[in-house]
Structures are given as C-alpha cells and as structure tokens.
Design a protein around this ligand. Structure first.
Ligand code: ADP
Length: 758
C-alpha cells in the first residue's frame, strides 16, 4: 500500500485531459474493427448486397470476406431466414425488433446464430452475427421465472444500500461471472464501488474509488445505450474490409454495434487489472447516468443475446427503483426540513423585517440545511449566527460572488477550490451554500473542513497518461497499478445533500415573496404616515390660527374686566382673574409655538443662502430682554453661510439659546456657539453651563409637549425642541445633546452642505 499522501489533485490540467478524451471519443465510435467472436456485415438496401464485412467471416461462412463482398446476402442464407430479416428491415423499427435466429450451414454442420440488425447513425444497415448459446428449445419458462424473481428481489429491498446488494447478487446469479459491482458516480464523475458480489478468493473492490478519467470516454455511450459486452480482451480484433464505406468513403460508425472493438487504452486498462471479459450496464436516474453495473470475468466469457436482454431489463428496473428509493431515502430528514421551512416562513411573515424571523426563534435558518454558520447580507448589513468568517472576509466573499457567480445559487463542498482566499478560514467555511435574494443580497451558509480518507484504485493523478511511442505517436496509457492509493482529502466539508439544497432554494422563493411584500407594505405605510402627518399639520395650523382670535377676545375682556372693576372686586375675584390671565397667556404661547411648529411643514420657503452670523444676531435680538435680565454671555465662532430657511434657523438658535438661559444654574449663563465643517455637513454646537439634563431623556425631550420640569419651576410649552428637530431634519441634519445633571448641556445639530432633503 502506498504511503498516505495529501491531495494534490487540482494540478490535473482539465482542458488538455478533455481534448485527449474528445479525440478518444471519436475513436470509440470509429475503431475500424470488431471483436472477433462475431461477424459484421454492412448491407446495401434494398438489395441486401454486402458492401463491407469483418475479415473473420470464415468462422461462420465457408467463404473468406473478399468473396462475400458485392454479393447479396440471399446467396448465403436460406430463403425463410432471409424473409425474416427483410421483414425487420421493412418495418424499420430497430428499437423494438432487431433480432432474428439464423441457421447457417457451414461445411456439413449447422451453425445456430443470432442475427442482430441495426441502422447506424449514417443510415447504413448493419447485420451482426454471433454464435447462439441460447436455443429456442431451452426452458423459456424457467428463464422467465428466474428473471422475474431477480426483478422482484431488487424491487422488494427497503433502501438503496440493500438494493445495490440485491442487484449485484441477482446479476451475478444470471451471468455467472467472477465479480459484479455497482459503481456510483459522484458529482465530479469519480466512481465508487458501493456494492459487490464476487468469487470468494478475489480481492474486494468494495468502497474503492475510480477517477473520472477511467470511464470518461464511454460515458456518453452508456447514457444512450443499455449494455456493453467485451468477450475477450486478449483476442485479436477483426478488421473491416474495406475499411471505409463505399458511399461516404469514411470509417464506419459503430456507435450502436454490439461487436464494436475497444480502444487499445481500454484493453490495456483491463489487462492491467487482470480482467478478461466485461459486461457493463448503465444505471440512470431520470435519464442521467447515475452509475454502472459492471461484471468482470477473469477468463473469456460470451453472454448470450437473451441473457444480455435479461441483464438490460434488470438494469432498467434498477434505474426506475433508484429514482423511487432515492426519493424515499432521507424521507424523515426531508420532512424535518419541510417543517423547519414552514416555521421560518411563518416567523418571517410575522416579523416586520424578515431577517429577524430567520434568526431569532428556534428552529432558525441554521437548521434548514444543517450548517454551522450563516450570514445574511441584506441591505448592506450582515446578520450572522453560528461560526462565520470575519466581517471583512465576508465582504470580500460577497464581492467575489457578485463578480463570479451569475446563477442565483452556488453550492460547493470545497470553497477554496473556487475561491482560494477562503483557505484561511477553512475551519469555518470549507463548504458554502449561497443563495442570492433579490440582486446583491445573499444568504450564505457555511460548513467547516471535514478531513476524509479516500481509497483510490491506483493513483488517480496518473489515471490515464499520455505516452509518445518510438514512432513519435501519442498514445494514452492507463496506470499500471491498481494498488490502493490513499488520499487524505483536505479543504472539503461534508457535502450538501440534495434535499438541503432544495430547501435553500425553496426558502429563497419564500424570502423573495415576503421581502417584496414587506418593502411594499413599508412604502405604503410611509405614504400613509406622510399623508396623515400632512393632514395633522394642516389641522394644527388651521386650529391654532383660528383659536388665536377668540383667545385674544377672552384675553382682552378679562383684562378689561380687571381694569374697569378693580375697585369693586374682592381679593378672591382678583386672584381668579389673574389665574385666567395666566392661563390665557400660556395658551397664547402654546398657540404661537404650535403655529410655528406646523408652519415648518405647511409653509415651506425655498432654501436660500443664509448667513448664520445674521441668524444668530436676530435670535439674540429677539432674546435681548432675557439676555440682559440674566446677564448671559454669548461667545461664538466665526460662523458660515448655509443653504436654508432663514426664519426657521432663527427659531432654532432662539430656542436653544432661550433654553440655555431659562435652564440656568446659580451662575450667570455662559453660552458658547461653535461650528465645524465636515465632509457632508456643518456641525453646530450650543453649549451652556446650566442645570444639565439627565441623558436618559435623550429622545424624550425632542418629542412635542414633553417637558422635564413643571411650569411652576420653568415656564414653557414643551414644543421648542420638537420644533428644532423638525427644522433641522428639513435641512438634512440631525439634532442631539450631550449633558450631565448639574454640569451644563451641549446641543449639537448638523446642516447638510447641500440641503437636498428639503
Ligand atoms: P420648553 O423649553 O418649552 O419646556 P423644550 O422643547 O424647549 O420645551 O424643552 C423640553 C425640555 O427639555 C425642557 O422642559 C427642559 O426640561 C429640557 N431642556 C431643554 N433645554 C435644556 C437646557 N439647555 N438645559 C436643561 N434642560 C433643558
């Protein structure tokens, strides 16, 4: 046994291998020779004149091939048999009916032959003759029963592995050969022996892997046909005479021939394995080649036409059973995945944002495909659970996916093979299952590296090599040794199962539906909110505007009452009147503020260039009395010009400076106004040395009518900061504060340089 080696298989030059095998493939159809146990005749229609023959005709005919050529077949076959052949040709249904039993007199003996007719891809009629080893007088019923019982045993098995076992046993019983194997392809067309029945003394091949190159040349043929027999790999082949068909002057296409010769490379391959005769049948899953049933015999072996038909029938049964059993396999797991999928869909549709629905409950998106980590990339943000690569690595992976994977979906158990950068996080993400959800957004599931040992039948890196012989001709040579070659496979995860891949695809469909619906709902909600805000603003404006007049009336008459009847009123009445005057003036302040607030949205002025210096002067002018009363000191930076609404900006500064004075501490107010130009905006700050604000009210104080103090302590309406917020947002900025109780406050706000948000 070879020493353990680590994998280096990626060094195979796939393109040159492919070219080699494309040449080889041509050759397979056009070998120019056949296996010598039978005779091949090419017949002209309708005369049935022999235009080509294999050079071994004397095994069945009294005459050599040269004497058969250009003569009608009728000269050599009894009339009744010729009639049978003609019937087949006339019906032109070679798929169903292409076989006739023939009896030929050679010297004094009768030969019983099987005549197999077909038309080749060029339309030429080909008759192939083989010695019949099964005779009509044999026990047909017994044969039928043994075939029926074999089919029943294959069908009765409970699962795939049992079925493989039944196939190899039943086929071996029928064919009576030394070894029968079921050979299953993986996604890269490497094969693995998954079941075997053999002579006890032979070395087992079970679980051995065979590289893609071993079967590549003939896979296309197996996809079309149901059987291939090589009777004796060591026998000298029989050439065709003449080599070219007279009509097209080209080598005869033997793609559908039962006697077709085999390539020297394949001959050497079997010889190196010590095999003398093979019978191979394809197993197909939904018309696609899934694997092979391969019979080996170590001495020459002819399998009769009837037995071959029986084997073909069994491989067809195996193929149809395979589809059903593969679907039933993992049935419980599939049901489990379906239920995870249903739950995730439900969670997603309840949540406002579907991403939450995928990760926050149990089961979550990891359970859908049995992954160890998942990253959801949605609207430029990653949400992850489990073990995932670093964010910067995830970002690069997304860029790679966008540039390199056109499909909506990628599944690999060896990410670093496609994207070498992934090798550095192989322990987290050797396997990747990626789906794109709407353009540029992805869900990525990860699986870690899973180091495996694969037993190859011989070194897979030297499966078939190119050799140049002494005459300079390139020849393909199979490896000489089939000794077990152990490969330690690195950088691979456990493969994603088909049902997991399907579950991911189904989830993608669900996400797209839900995400689109949510986006639609959000847009609708935003539209409705805007409409109701607009209505509210209009209402507030109209209400406050219309309230002003009656309120002024109340105010005037209460004041009149007080003036005119001052002498006649008792102390109580005077107090009541002063309450009423207070209430009215508070209500007036409220209405003024509310009007200002609603005007921000309803009476928008076009933005113009505004000097903040002027704005500040105006605000201070409005606050002059308060500034003087409190001996407030205001210092300021050099202030810029911005694009904006002058009156509204005066309101902002007036409110902030007014608050800084109103919420003063023991010392006289010191107010500092600074500005900083940044990339996209100006950052203004208004800093005071007042009573400060508890930071927990960060959001509350910007909400309309929210105050932290009673009106007895500090007068106010609770509208000022809400108004500032609204104005600043209209100017494309944000507003916030930093403060500590007793240590003053700084209010920050930004104004966009472009003020595009207006
Ligand atoms: P008003 O000043 O009319 O009460 P505002 O919306 O302007 O309403 O302010 C809301 C609340 O935020 C105020 O009641 C006050 O408690 C607090 N506040 C605002 N500015 C300051 C400040 N500079 N210092 C301390 N507290 C402040």
């Amino acid at each position: 046994m070879n020493p353990i080696k680590s994998s280096d298989r990626q060094t195979i030059d796939i393109d040159s291998e492919k070219e080699k095998f494309d040449d080889f493939h041509e050759h397979i159809h056009l070998p120019g020779f056949i296996q010598p146990h039978g005779v091949l005749l090419v017949l002209e229609e309708p005369s049935l004149k022999i235009v080509q023959a294999s050079n071994n005709t004397s095994i069945f005919f009294d005459v050599p091939p040269e004497q058969l050529l250009n003569r009608s077949l009728s000269k050599f076959l009894p009339r009744t048999q010729l009639r049978n052949l003609k019937k087949i040709v006339e019906r032109n249904d070679f798929d169903m009916l292409n076989f006739a039993k023939l009896r030929l007199k050679k010297e004094d003996e009768y030969l019983f032959l099987d005549g197999i007719l077909h038309r080749n891809p060029d339309g030429f009629l080909i008759l192939e003759l083989e010695q019949s080893t099964y005779r009509n007088d044999m026990d047909f019923l017994g044969f039928y029963n043994s075939l029926r019982s074999a089919a029943a045993k294959i069908q009765k098995t409970a699962n795939l592995q049992e079925m493989y076992g039944a196939i190899v046993r039943e086929v071996r019983k029928l064919v009576k050969c030394d070894r029968v194997m079921v050979y299953k392809y993986d996604r890269n067309w490497n094969g693995e022996v998954v079941a075997e029945d053999k002579r006890d003394d032979l070395e087992p091949f079970l679980r051995l892997h065979y590289p893609d190159a071993d079967t590549k040349p003939c896979r296309d043929l197996y996809a079309e046909h149901w059987l291939r027999l090589i009777v004796d790999v060591n026998a000298k082949s029989a050439d065709l005479i003449p080599l070219h068909h007279p009509k097209n002057n080209a080598p005869l296409n033997l793609g559908n021939s039962v006697l077709r010769g085999f390539s020297p490379c394949h001959q050497e391959y079997l010889q190196n394995m010590g095999v003398c005769s093979t019978l191979v049948m394809p197993v197909k899953q939904s018309k696609k080649l899934w694997g092979l049933i391969s019979c080996h015999h170590y001495t020459p072996k002819h399998v009769s036409y009837e037995l071959r038909q029986a084997c073909e029938f069994l491989s067809q049964i195996a193929s149809s059973e395979l589809v059903m059993k593969a679907e039933a396999e993992d049935y419980d797991y599939q049901i489990q995945l379906k239920s995870v999928q249903a739950k995730l869909t439900e969670y997603m549709s309840i949540e406002e944002n579907f991403v939450k629905g995928l990760i926050e409950d149990k089961p979550n998106i990891l359970d859908l495909v049995n992954a160890t980590g998942v990253a959801i990339y949605w609207q430029d943000e990653f949400t992850t659970i489990g073990n995932v690569p670093e964010t910067s690595d995830l970002e690069s992976l997304i860029v790679w996916l966008r540039n390199n994977v056109r499909e909506e979906f990628l599944e690999t158990d060896s990410l670093s093979n496609l994207y070498p950068e992934a090798e550095k996080y192989k322990d987290i993400a050797s396997g990747l299952l990626a789906i794109s959800i709407l353009p540029k957004n992805y869900i990525l599931w990860f699986r870690p590296e899973f180091i495996q040992t694969v037993n190859w039948a011989g070194n897979p890196n030297q499966a078939i090599v190119e050799e140049v012989d002494s005459e300079g001709v390139i020849r393909l040579t199979p490896r000489g040794s089939f000794e077990v070659w152990k490969e330690i496979v690195h950088l691979k995860s456990l493969p994603w199962k088909l049902c997991e891949v399907e579950a991911a695809k189904d989830l993608r469909r669900a996400i797209i539906n839900i995400a689109l619906r949510q986006a639609d709902e959000q847009a609708k909600l935003a539209r409705e909110l805007k409409r109701s805000n607009d209505d509210l603003e209009k209402f507030a404006y109209v209400a406050s505007h219309d309230l002003q007049e009656p309120l002024n009336l109340v105010s005037s008459y209460v004041q009149l009452l007080e003036m005119r009847y001052r002498d006649r009123l008792g102390d109580d009445a005077k107090e009541f009147i002063s309450f009423a005057v207070d209430g009215v003036s508070h209500m007036q302040a409220l209405i003024d503020d509310l009007l200002a607030y609603s005007r921000v949205g309803t009476q928008k002025k076009k933005f113009v260039e505004v000097k903040i210096e002027d704005v500040l002067n105006r605000a201070c002018w409005n606050l002059q009395t308060k500034i003087n009363e409190n001996e407030a000191e205001i210092v300021q930076d050099r202030l810029p010009s911005v694009l904006g609404d002058r009156i509204q900006l005066v309101q902002v500064f007036q409110n902030l400076i007014g608050n800084a004075i109103k919420f003063r501490g023991q010392e006289s107010p010191q107010i500092q106004i600074e500005v900083q130009q940044r990339k996209e905006d100006y950052l203004f700050s208004v800093c005071d040395n007042g009573i400060g604000i508890d930071p927990q009210f960060r959001d509350r104080i910007f909400t309309i009518f929210q105050r932290l103090h009673s009106r007895d302590e500090y007068p106010g309406t609770g509208i000022g900061l809400a108004l500032c917020k609204k104005i600043i947002e209209r100017h494309g900025g944000t507003i916030w504060f930093e403060s500590e109780l007793g240590k003053g406050s700084t209010f920050y706000f930004t104004i966009s340089l472009s003020s595009q948000t207006e």
